[in-house]
Ligand binder design. Structure first.
Ligand code: GDP
Length: 527
């Protein structure tokens, strides 16, 4: 049963630059998959009423989405787990972690903009992790770049040749329909006002379409003909990307995207297990039909203001999860009860009774869990999934408790933020652990941290921004040598790793030049 359930699951995330249309696409996918009746019920953006995912006041003030969870859609016989990723670049660390929990990604591009910085950064993470990528070029209903120009960008800039599944008839802004490449048929759409309903779609068979669209049909066929046909093996290996054109707002091409996810995106498969046979270099895998196991890829606190709860989002990797089961928390070796298990998207919570590989379960009262922790059914063999990648922070600030009377709360809060991965906590031997250094990929992470220290932990903090921007891994032998250079700091991460921090990349290079024997390794996702 587990293998059957796993085989019909697809767990994906959408990666895109803000404003490319991720929220709109999420709504459109949900609408097509009939998860919701009217578009607008997933992300309450603008004046569209709905289930807002902006649960924190701060998010509402800023109109951005900090949290992420998963939306489960049923499409035919397939269950699609759509993992939400925050759009704002400052929370890309969160997005990176979500990418550890999916089996494929949809890269969403704005037809007028092509590859944008945030898309590039996230794509790089997919490439490193071997996550296959399907590309959707969005907003084809309005003027933009040429289809072939966008294809060139993918091939040239990121070495990811696109293999089109459909091709637009008419250039961006003069959209007439979508040419379905395998059949030669053309799909035309009647725009539904505001995208609130599925656009009526008409399929015109190849012969009739060729006649009806004349030169535009020939142009589309010629354009698409310049590129290779989709190839499953190279897509799964991350070397090519199946390409679709569409317009999420008008629900155009959305059904094709769902079909592509079903047909091409991989179902969950066995995952590396560092404990398997006890030897990291011979890391075994956790088979899908082994007893339940999963890992925490995301923590979220205070979703419910009245309860101040902590929800740990777990990606199920093997076996059947059943609410109420007691699992083992690998890091502590302690039992963890899963009485409160939820499926969470935005403000919507539903109690979940069972889950299978590829699914996401939200565990409530999970303050003992940390991002990256593994959980497993105690009856079976123990499992440890690979640790969460730690990303290169670019912003650093010293944190001090405002009122020394609150130092106990301060320490508790800092430990919790660390566990959830809200910010990275670094400790310098010189400064001591009473004044930890908060490190972040984006400065908004600091705002979340200070907000929570004050409102949730009752220990307001003062931040002193440090004039540092580059972090490198350094060995214990090299650390004292590097520390001699002016303007550098040596700090320790919670996992024991030593980092050398520099004011800027030039100073880092000069340290490296003056001390040729030392090695300064970049961290993941280093700009
Ligand atoms: P996100 O920041 O990636 O979540 O982007 P949104 O989904 O909020 O979309 C950003 C803007 O682009 C909004 O004003 C959308 O209405 C608009 N948009 C999204 N998809 C389309 C599309 O297919 N066509 C057009 N014309 N606009 C779109």
């Amino acid at each position: 049963m587990v293998l059957h359930e796993a085989a019909r699951r697809r767990s994906i995330a959408v990666i895109s630059h803000p404003d490319a249309g991720k929220s709109t696409l999420t709504e459109a996918l949900a609408l097509h998959a009939k998860a919701i009746e009217t578009a607008g019920a997933v992300h309450g953006k603008g004046d569209r009423a709905g289930v807002v995912s902006d649960w924190m006041e701060m998010e509402q003030e800023r109109g951005i989405s900090i949290t992420s969870a998963a939306l489960q859609l049923t499409y035919g016989d397939v269950i699609i787990n759509l993992l939400d990723t925050p759009g704002h670049a400052d929370f890309s660390e969160d997005t990176y972690r979500v990418l550890t929990a999916v089996d494929a990604a949809v890269m969403l591009l704005d037809s007028a903009k092509g590859l944008e910085p945030q898309t590039l950064k996230l794509f790089e993470v997919c490439r490193r992790r071997g996550v296959p990528v399907i590309t959707l070029i969005n907003k084809w209903d309005r003027p933009g770049k040429e289809a072939l120009e966008l294809c060139d960008e993918l091939s040239e800039r990121i070495d990811l040749p696109p293999t089109p599944l459909n091709w637009p008839i008419g250039e961006a802004g003069r959209f007439l329909g979508l040419l379905d490449i395998p059949t030669g048929d053309v799909h035309t759409y009647e725009r539904a006002p505001g995208g609130a309903k599925i656009a009526a779609e008409t399929r015109i068979p190849a012969a009739a379409a060729r006649e009806q669209f004349g030169g535009d049909y020939a142009d589309a066929a010629d354009g698409a003909g310049l590129l290779d046909a989709p190839d499953v093996a190279s897509f799964l290996a991350g070397r090519t990307t199946p390409l679709l054109f569409g317009a999420a707002l008008a629900n155009i091409g959305v059904r094709q995207l769902l079909d592509t996810i079903v047909e091409l995106a991989p179902a969950p498969s066995a995952r590396p297990d560092l404990r398997g046979d006890g030897a990291a270099e011979r890391a075994a895998v956790r088979e899908l039909d082994a007893p339940f196991s999963g890992f925490v890829f995301k923590m979220q606190a205070g979703m419910d203001k009245k309860h101040r709860d902590h929800v740990a989002f777990v990606r199920v990797c093997s076996g059947r999860f059943e609410r109420g089961m007691t699992v083992t928390h690998e890091r502590s070796g302690r039992p963890f009860a899963t009485k409160y298990a939820l499926q969470v998207f935005g403000r919507d919570r539903e109690t979940i009774e069972e889950a299978f590989p590829g699914d996401v379960v939200g565990l409530v009262n999970a303050s003992v869990l940390a991002v990256g922790d593994s959980l497993f059914e105690p009856d079976g063999p123990a499992v440890r999934f690979p640790p969460m990648p730690a990303f290169a922070p670019e912003h650093f600030a010293l944190a001090r408790v405002k009122d020394p009377g609150q130092s106990k709360k301060f320490r508790k809060g800092i430990a919790q933020l660390q566990q959830e991965g809200v910010v990275q906590i670094l400790v310098s031997e010189l400064r001591g652990d009473a004044t930890p250094i908060l490190a972040a990929v984006g400065p908004l992470q600091f705002e979340v941290a200070t907000h929570r220290m004050e409102h949730e932990f009752g220990a307001p903090v003062v931040l002193e921004h440090l004039d540092l921007s580059v972090a490198r891994l350094v060995s214990a032998e090299d650390a004292p040598v590097v520390a001699q250079a002016a303007g550098t700091e040596i700090v320790r991460r919670a996992d024991g790793t030593l980092l050398a921090l520099f004011r800027d990349v030039w100073r880092m290079r000069s340290v490296q030049r003056d001390r040729p024997g030392i090695s300064l390794e970049p961290l993941i996702a280093d700009g």
